[in-house]
Structure formats: C-alpha cells, structure tokens
Design a protein. Structure first.
Length: 387
C-alpha cells in the first residue's frame, strides 16, 4: 500500500510505502492508494485514558468480548488507532471481570490486540473526599492492597501498564514502590495530597499525573498546593484533557507552557456515553445518571460536576493548537510519540519512518478548525476506517 500526504512538522508532500504491517520507506514515490496532497499523515493517535465509548464501559457484569471489540470501531472513526482501555473505581469483582474480558479480547480479536497498548486502572485507591474523588463512587474507594493489585494484574494477563492512585492513602508509598518495580507506570490522580506527599510519591516511583487539574478540590490554597507541585515536577509526565471543559482555555495554555511539550500526553478521558446522542444516561459505571450536553460536556445529571468527557482527541488536538502556543506538529507529538515514550514502545510506534509499525492517522485540517477531518485510520498496515 502507498500513502501520500504531509507529515506534521514538514511542508513537503511525501509518499509512504507499507509492506504488511510495517513502513518500508518514506520519501519520493509514485502511485497512491490512500491520501493526497491536501492530507496530513501522522502516527496514529494514541490515547492512554479511554473509559469506554458508544454506550460500552470497560468493566461490570454486562461487558462482553463482543462489546469490547465494538469499541474499536468507534475509536477508529476518530482517528485513534491505539489506546489504553481504562477500568475505573469499582468493586474488585467488576474490575477483575473487566480486566479478564479485556485480556480475552486481545487473544480473540486482532483489532484489540493491535490497538490496546495496555490497560489503565484508575482507582480504586483514590481519595474518598468530595472534590478529589470526582465522580468516582465513594463506596468503592479504599486503601492500596498489594494482593488485590496482583489479582488485577493476573486477570489482565500482565497487561496493566498504568495505575492511578492517590498517594495520601494509607500504605500508598510502599505500594507505589512495589508497583513501580514491576514496570507499571504509577500515576498520581484523584488526590488531595500535600506537596510533601507528592514529592514522596515521586521518590517512591510515581511517573505521571492523571488528568492534571481535574479530580481536585473546587477551592485550593493559592500556594502551595498539589496542582502547582505536580506541574512543576520535572519527574512527572502530565495527562491533560483538552476538551475545553476540564481545563478552560487559559488554564490549558498555562499548563502547556509550564509543563512543556515533551512531558505532556493529551488524553480524551472519554466516558462510555461518548459518541451517543445528547441526553441523560444511567447508570454510568455506578456513578448515577450522567447528562451528555449538546456542546459535548458530560456532567452528573442535575449538577455542574463533570463526569468524564465526550470529545475525542480529534477535537482535543485542534483545541490545543487553537488555545495554546502549540503548532500542529507539537500537538500531534503529544498524542503520538509522547505516549509511546511514556510506555516505552517508541522503538516501534510514534513516528513515521522506515521500520516502524504502519499505524497511521490521515486527516485534513486548516488553522482555526475545531476538529480534525479524519480521512482514514490505518492499524498495522490495515485500513480500519476510511471516510
């Protein structure tokens, strides 16, 4: 297969030849099967925090392998060819069931095996107090339990790659050390920790902040506080939700400038009702009823409180370019090579070059657009979506 287009960060149209699931060459060439002179070609969008989509949540008793595979079709339409299915705070039974089925889907489905870069577990070892807990169910928040984590990882067949917790919970620092030693990325999130505890968590092995600026108190001390502390910590990657609701435009701009492009992974944090028509849905993962508004905002029904996101990274990328100093190439780095570096798989994905995996996102975009126009999504050399 031959793909033609411009790679973000360049001005010249190039030809990408694909052999099987690998990029064979990048450069001059003739013929084209996909793309064109007005098309951008980037490594496929890689989202490390996807809670579900199309009415499907990655946990619970109603989940099936068939439903999990169905989520791949939803994601491919948005240009996202790789992501981390995320299991949020729940009973151990529901979480283990979800992780087992996610692992089974990787065994039975080529699409899941190719697109699931690893699983993200967000909770249950998060803050119980209002604010930092966000929309996670109070009754399932609890202190870290190493044996329970091992059961989670066994259910996932070793595929848990990111684990989000609040480091102020009893036993959290020892837990972070153990988890980090296994190679799993420990991320700080849904936390009301003191700045001192944030630093202790980093020394114990924490490497990331989950959706920085969200899952927080509505009112904080001017300084110091746990948001400034994580923003300033060079040892922490930052996940940021660029949907325009979780981080207002000025906040996103400041966060981008402070943390720097090379330590940011843009995430969608899409909830299971993402992709559906506006309306009230329930129960969203045991959280109560959620309302999907016409503008894309998701809130707990009847409240101003956010309950996940509905805008995918095809919108988030455009928002970052519109709201910050980032170029298109900068924004694409934060959804391609950066998550690949975070997970330690940048030797095979994240850039468009010979020898790398042929997982690509093709799109049209002009400055000022609110969303990328996805032309096609290619995963391991296979066109999985075409406009």
């Amino acid at each position: 297969m031959v793909i033609r287009g411009k790679i973000p960060g360049t001005t010249e149209v190039t030809t990408i030849e694909i052999d099987g699931g690998t990029i064979r060459s990048v450069g001059d060439g003739t013929g084209v099967d996909l793309g064109g002179d007005d098309v951008w070609v980037a490594p496929t969008i890689f989202d490390v925090q996807v809670n579900g989509v199309g009415g499907i949540n990655y946990k619970g008793k109603d989940l099936t392998v068939e439903k999990i595979v169905e989520t791949t079709e939803w994601m491919y339409k948005t240009g996202t060819g790789m992501w981390c299915p995320t299991v949020t705070t729940s009973s151990a039974e529901d979480a283990i069931n979800g992780l087992k089925l996610l692992a089974q889907s990787c065994q039975e489905s080529d699409a899941a095996a190719a697109s699931f870069a690893g699983f993200h577990v967000e909770g249950p070892y998060i803050a119980s107090e209002d604010g930092p807990r966000g929309a996670h169910p109070l009754e399932h928040t609890r202190d870290p339990d190493w044996d329970e984590f091992c059961r989670y990882q066994e259910a996932a067949e070793g595929r848990i790659r990111i684990f989000t917790l609040a480091p102020e919970r009893d036993g959290a620092l020892e837990f972070i050390e153990k988890v980090a030693e296994t190679g799993v990325i420990v991320s700080i999130g849904h936390s009301g920790a003191t700045p001192e505890r944030i630093q202790e968590a980093i020394r114990a092995g924490a490497k990331m902040s989950t959706h920085l600026g969200n899952g927080a108190h509505a009112m904080l001390p001017r300084h110091p506080n746990y948001i400034w502390e994580q923003l300033a910590a060079d040892g922490l990657w930052a996940g940021m939700i660029p949907d325009g609701f979780h981080l207002p435009e000025p906040v996103l701009k400041c966060f981008y400038r402070a943390k720097g492009k090379d330590r940011i992974c843009l995430v969608s944090d899409v909830a299971s009702i993402a992709g559906l028509a506006p309306g009230v849905y329930g129960k969203e993962g045991g959280l109560g009823k959620s309302e999907l508004h016409a503008n894309g905002k998701i809130s707990l029904a009847g409240t101003p409180y956010l309950a996940g996101a509905s805008l995918f990274l095809d919108s988030g990328i455009a928002n970052v370019v519109r709201f910050t100093d980032a170029s298109l190439a900068d924004a694409m780095d934060m959804v391609t090579c950066n998550p690949a570096r975070l997970l330690g798989i940048d030797d095979r994905i994240g850039t468009v070059e010979a020898g790398k995996e042929a997982s690509l996102t093709l799109f049209r975009w002009e400055e000022g657009q609110e969303k990328l126009d996805i032309v096609a999504t290619v995963v391991r050399g296979e066109v999985v979506y075409r406009m």
